[in-house]
Design a protein around this ligand. Structure first.
Ligand code: Z16
Length: 829
């Protein structure tokens, strides 16, 4: 259109001055504009938080611009798109990440300093977006960063919880959970789309009907809730591409409970209607136990239904029928949490699009890929059939129909092997009938992925053996990775600068394989000197944080030894604490001249226990009780400190990881599917003390066992060890330290009894006793290595230099090629 003789779009460009400029002066103008008109504070007086808000809005504007262009470009090209469905995303802070990916960090810092503010201080104002539990959720966040950076046409879909993962506070050494009402101060990183909303239905009954002379089913739902979209732009690094993470919030539907209004009970009708919002209220904080709760099933279906409506609408905008659906849409299931989408897509194609079973099924089985994150059969989700019947009656029918067809097909292949048929059935028979969500996901996906090679082997031999034998070609693995943008560039700027200086380029930030070139300088004494300086700076930062959080002063000469992750028995934080007690005991029993040889240590533990997990909570308390004794023992002084870092989260990790010398990944072999923390430490030049579990074997291949401290039983040795009576194998040192806890050396004797019971008297399922001796040896080897500073530095450099394989860029390229069949779609600058 033309307005006043000018083309409308030209006029608009003229007014908008092309794109927003990123020089410091333009940024300053924008910041002040937002102080005045968005934050509504006077530009003559605003504090750090208000400055953070104004800066964030200025960055947000730039994100939106890129987001528009990217979506426009995707629309024009209509490539096959990836839809990444996940109930959890642990995004952490957005400001620091966005300014790095947009390439405007230095300009922002300069702009702010002229206004009298410090960029670092403002970045600290932001609270974490903690819409997830742990590894699985942070993995989703890292993968979104890689998808954007590598220009893939991808969307993320999830749930916009009002309460993220609980905040952990420690009172008297005990964990207490506090609500994380994270939206309290507004969230500039999301865009509310009031007009992008879909009705999501629950409950009700299923009727037979006839459409076009054909029999079909209709679901007459009993409740409707509205899903409203909140878009979170995800900028790529060094590209204009900015993809979308669309999170759904539950709102009352206008059609809700009209009856009550008519009966005159207006107030109660409003109160009832408001209950719809409960669905997206709170994230479940148990990272691997499923209790068959109705609300959880409703959360899953709510986000899945809204996402599929959105995806199908986008597809139908350009395509007249569903023939091309599998060529345009890849649906990735992040664990079994979104697996109800299989039944939902089937229902839409059958009941709403009337495609018939055969055609619908042919589409469904081509679009889904499923990644599992666990090795523990008991962590596999099950949903009671009664619950399903009540909440999603039509979906249950469809699942039964899928299962019937599957069982028939299976019988043709394997005959009447009823034991095997019943193991593989999607429906678990028994006192309580259950839907096995993992089986549903395997049957209906074209690909099942594990998260490390070891995990894949276990899937084949232990977890899904029956399915593997039936469909070996379905099973793959994509070893997890983490994004170097957040885990080096954002969190460790000094290391980032050092790497770029020695490589003579910043290209490794997009092309991680370049890191390997650092290897040739590993023994260069100039690099080593600078490397050590960087570590020192980061240790100072961490030491300051420790002192503020726990009041403990730590020596920078000590080795900082860190274990940070969710608290679980299988992750064996207890092994770590028992090792610390042993170290303490040894120091106490030493002669003076022996003490001079002790390598000083600061042992740091952090992590949240699932609220209902008693033993995990006792481990936290034990850590505090032991710390109390050790840290107040003047006889020990700087030789040993134990610190618990409260409220571990993504931004705490960003601070702790760069400042660590040694990190522990010590799960009982065969229990950690992959582990991703180790990869972040590796990138930051931190040495690993680890068991041969999860992705550790692959790390050994890259780094070399001689540059790590590996200990403990191997995956294949564990079953036999469990057969034997473990108390017999536990060394005397182990018996002694457990005794100290049991006898009340650290107080709370009664409280710790049940904790000691888990590792004594022939129980010790996680084999702390039988791994203890080799654990102590590995710790001693770390001590010896630390004394030789030159050697230690070389090992540290080699860790960073050999970490390329563990970038999520590599993971995502693998998925794109081997699982999703998608190609980059780069938006022009
Ligand atoms: C989770 O974070 C993981 C597994 C699981 O069943 C549930 C949750 Cl919330 C973790 C794995 O424990 C870890 O080994 C893996 O690295 C991570 O998922 C990402 O794949």
């Amino acid at each position: 259109g033309f307005v006043g003789g000018k083309k409308k779009t030209d006029r608009m460009f003229e007014l908008m001055d092309g794109f927003l400029k990123n020089d410091p002066v333009s940024l300053q103008k924008d910041i002040l504009h937002h102080v005045e008109y968005t934050v509504a504070r006077s530009r003559f007086s605003f504090d750090d938080f208000e400055a953070y808000q104004a800066l964030s809005h200025s960055v947000r504007d730039r994100l939106i611009e890129r987001w528009h262009d990217t979506q426009q470009h995707f629309k024009k090209k209509d490539p096959k798109r990836l839809y990444f469905l996940s109930l959890e995303f642990l995004m952490g802070r957005s400001l620091s990440n966005s300014v790095i990916n947009l390439g405007i960090r230095d300009q922002c810092a300069e702009a702010l300093s002229q206004l009298g503010f410090e960029y670092e201080v403002l970045a600290e104002q932001e609270g974490d977006a903690a819409l997830g539990n742990g590894g699985l959720a942070r993995l989703s966040a890292c993968q979104m960063d890689s998808l954007a950076t590598l220009d893939y046409p991808a969307w993320g879909y999830g749930l916009r919880y009002q309460y993220g993962l609980f905040r952990q506070i420690i009172l008297d050494g005990f964990q207490h959970e506090q609500p994380d009402y994270w939206l309290n101060f507004g969230n500039p990183w999301e865009i509310e789309r009031v007009h992008v909303s879909y009705p999501v239905k629950f409950y009700g009954t299923v009727k037979e009907d006839v459409v076009n002379g054909k029999k079909c089913k209709v679901w007459i739902p009993g409740e409707t809730v509205e899903a409203v979209a909140y878009d979170n732009p995800i900028p790529g690094y060094g590209t204009r591409n900015t993809i979308n993470l669309r999170l759904w919030a539950a709102k009352p539907s206008d059609g809700y409970d009209i009856e009550s209004y008519n009966t005159g009970d207006y107030i109660n009708a409003i109160v009832n209607r408001q209950k719809a919002e409960i669905i997206s209220n709170v994230l479940y904080p148990d990272d691997r136990s499923y209790q068959g709760k109705e609300l959880r099933l409703k959360q899953q279906y709510f986000f899945v239904s809204a996402s599929l409506q959105d995806i199908i609408r986008r597809f139908k905008d350009v395509h007249g029928n569903f023939d091309d659906f599998p060529d345009k849409v890849a649906l990735q299931l992040n664990d079994t949490h979104p697996s109800i989408s299989i039944a939902e897509l089937m229902r839409v194609l059958l009941d709403e699009e009337h495609l018939g079973w055969k055609k619908s099924w042919n589409i469904v089985k081509k679009v889904f890929s499923f990644t599992t994150h666990t090795v523990q059969p008991e962590a596999l989700e099950k949903v009671p059939v009664d619950l399903f019947q009540n909440v999603l009656p039509r979906h249950l029918q469809i699942i039964y129909d899928i299962n019937f067809a599957f069982m028939e097909e299976l019988k043709k292949k394997i005959g009447q092997d009823y034991a095997r048929l019943s193991r593989m059935s999607i429906v678990e028979e028994g006192a309580v009938k259950n839907i096995r969500v993992a089986n549903l996901s395997i049957v209906c996906s074209h690909t099942v992925n594990g998260v490390s090679r070891a995990h894949y082997e276990l899937l084949k031999t232990r977890v899904f053996t029956d399915f593997y034998e039936l469909w070996p070609e379905k099973f793959q693995y994509k070893t997890n990775g983490v994004t170097q943008r957040r885990w080096i560039v954002v969190s460790n700027p000094s290391l980032c600068a050092l790497i770029s200086k020695w490589l003579g380029t910043e290209s490794w930030i997009r092309d991680i394989d370049l890191l390997a070139r650092l290897r040739e300088y590993a023994s260069n004494s100039d690099l080593q000197k600078e490397w050590m300086m960087v570590k020192k700076i980061n240790k100072m930062r961490l030491a300051e944080y420790i002192e503020t959080m726990s009041g403990v002063k730590v020596s920078l000469d000590a080795m900082f030894d860190v274990q940070i992750k969710r608290i679980h028995e299988y992750k064996r934080q207890l092994l770590n604490i028992l090792g610390v007690i042993h170290r303490y005991d040894c120091i106490k029993n030493m002669e003076k001249n022996e003490r001079e040889k002790v390598v000083p240590r600061v042992c740091i533990i952090g992590g949240k226990a699932p609220p209902g997990y008693e033993i995990a909570k006792k481990i936290i308390k034990l850590c505090h009780a032991v710390a109390e004794t050790i840290n107040n023992d003047n006889d020990v002084g700087d030789l040993l400190k134990l610190v618990f870092i409260p409220d571990y989260n993504v931004s705490v990790a960003e601070l702790v990881i760069p400042g660590s010398d040694l990190s522990q990944h010590i799960s009982t072999a065969g229990h950690e599917a992959s582990g991703t923390g180790s990869m972040k430490f590796l990138m930051n030049g931190c040495l690993l003390l680890a068991t041969a579990d999860g992705s550790t074997n692959e790390i050994i291949e890259e780094i070399g066992a001689e540059n790590m401290f590996i200990f403990g039983a191997k995956i294949n040795e564990v079953p036999a060890l469990r057969e034997k009576d473990s108390t017999i194998k536990a060394p005397v040192q182990f018996v002694r330290v457990v005794r100290m806890v049991r006898d009340g050396y650290f107080g709370f004797k009664d409280y710790f009894k049940s904790l000691c019971d888990t590792v004594e008297n022939g129980k010790d399922f996680y084999l702390l006793g039988s791994d203890f001796a080799s654990y102590l040896e590995a710790q001693a080897a770390a001590d010896r290595a630390y004394v030789d500073k030159k050697k230690w530095n070389e090992m540290s450099i080699l860790c960073t230099a050999s970490s390329a394989r563990f970038s999520s860029d590599r993971t995502i390229e693998d998925y794109a090629e081997k699982t999703w069949g998608i190609q980059p779609c780069k938006c022009p600058f």
